[in-house]
Design a protein around this ligand. Structure first.
Ligand SMILES: [Zn+2]
Length: 51
């Protein structure tokens, strides 16, 4: 399976570069904000607005 980690309640720590099963928003080991959603690849084109 691919990309199911977030759905399983796991979050990714950008600092430790690993997935942790943690209910809090902050990494229990380094204290950084965890990512709880996968990156939206599909929005790459649509969000590119230039004023
Ligand atoms: Zn961490």
């Amino acid at each position: 399976m691919e990309g199911g980690r977030y759905e399983q309640g796991q979050k990714r720590c950008p600092q430790c570069e690993l997935f942790v099963k943690w209910e809090g928003l902050w990494c229990p080991c380094c204290g950084r904000l965890l990512r709880s959603k996968p990156r939206a690849k599909k929005l790459k084109h649509g969000l590119r607005r230039v004023k």
